[in-house]
Write a protein that binds this ligand. Structure first.
Ligand code: 0L1
Ligand code: MG
Length: 262
C-alpha cells in the first residue's frame, strides 16, 4: 500500500460523492500517481462500507473489462472487479433516470447465481460450472465518474468499476441447458442493432471471468459465497445512451432485457 488511511478514506468520499451527486471528476492517479492495486481495491472497499453503513445492501459482484471488445475499447488488458448495491437494480422495462447519471453506457452481460462457494487460488472454469445454480441475462449501465471515461485501471477500480445501474430480465435457465460460449447476444438501441457477440467473447468462456474473480478474492483471503449474483462483464463494447433512448438486448435461449432512458 502506498496511501495512508486518511487519503484512502478521502478518495473514497470524493468518488462516492461524484457518483451520488452525478458529477464528473479527473482520474485520481493524476494526483496520486504512486497508488498501487491494493490502494485501488481498498478505496473501493471503503465505498462499499460507506454504502452498507447507510443501509444499502450489496446484492452482487461484477467482473468488468472481461471481453476483448471492451478491453480494446478502453485500451486495457486486465479484468477488474467490483460490486453492485440494491439501489442500482432497476426493474425490467422500467425508465432509467439519466438525470441521476453522468454519461451512461449499456453493456449486455451473462449473469449467474451460484449454489456453492468458490474460492481461489486455482479456481477454474470446471469448478465455476459446478457451482452455478442458474444463468440469467442482464444489462449493466456503467457510468464512470471520470470525465469523458478517461481513466487508468487503478482509478477505475477505486471507482467501483463504473458500477451504476443494472437490469435483470428475460428468463433464467439451468447452466446445463446452455452453451455459454456460443450463446448469442444482440444489442439494439432505438430498434437498430448496434452490437452483437457470443459468450466466448468474455475471456473465451464467461465462467473464466468468475474463476478470475474467485482467484482475485482468494488472493485477498476472501471467497465468492454460495448464492452470489455475479455479472460476468459486457460481451460487446459499451454503447452510450441518453434520455429518450430505448435499449433491447436479445439473449439466445434466455429472452430479452429491455429498458428506456428518461
Ligand atoms: O463493467 C465494466 O466492464 C466496466 C469496467 C470499467 C471500465 C468502464 O467504465 O468501461
Ligand atoms: Mg460491466
Amino acid at each position: 500500500m502506498k496511501l495512508d488511511n486518511n487519503t484512502l478514506a478521502q478518495l473514497a468520499e470524493h468518488l462516492e460523492s461524484a457518483e451520488l451527486k452525478a458529477h464528473d471528476v479527473t482520474k485520481i492517479t493524476d494526483e496520486y500517481p504512486d497508488m498501487d492495486w491494493d490502494d485501488a481495491y481498498a478505496i473501493q472497499d471503503i465505498i462499499r462500507a460507506r454504502k452498507e453503513g447507510r443501509g444499502n445492501k450489496t446484492v452482487g459482484l461484477k467482473c468488468g473489462l472481461t471481453s476483448y471488445a471492451k478491453m480494446k475499447q478502453m485500451g486495457v488488458d486486465t479484468p477488474v472487479f467490483g460490486f453492485v448495491s440494491d439501489y442500482m437494480a432497476c426493474a425490467e422495462g422500467s425508465d432509467i433516470r439519466t438525470a441521476e447519471l453522468i454519461h451512461p453506457k449499456v453493456e449486455a452481460e451473462i449473469c449467474v447465481v451460484t449454489k456453492s462457494a468458490l474460492k481461489g487460488p486455482g479456481c477454474h472454469v470446471g469448478a465455476v460450472m459446478a457451482a452455478i445454480d442458474f444463468v440469467i441475462p442482464g444489462v449493466e449501465i456503467i457510468d464512470s465518474r471520470y470525465r469523458d471515461f478517461k481513466f487508468d485501471l487503478k482509478s477505475v477500480i477505486a471507482d467501483n468499476t463504473s458500477a451504476s445501474r443494472f437490469v435483470i430480465g428475460g428468463r433464467s435457465r439451468r447452466v446445463d441447458e446452455l452453451d455459454l460460449r456460443t450463446l448469442g447476444v444482440v444489442l439494439e438501441k432505438n430498434g437498430q442493432i448496434v452490437a452483437m457477440a457470443a459468450g466466448a467473447a468474455v475471456m473465451g468462456h464467461p465462467a473464466a471471468a468468475i474463476a478470475a474473480l474467485a482467484n482475485h478474492l482468494g488472493a485477498r483471503g476472501q471467497e465468492i459465497p454460495a448464492g452470489s449474483f455475479i455479472m460476468t462483464g459486457g460481451v460487446t463494447e459499451a454503447i452510450a445512451v441518453q434520455a429518450g433512448d430505448s435499449v433491447n438486448v436479445r439473449f439466445q435461449d434466455l429472452g430479452t432485457v429491455a429498458m428506456r432512458f428518461a
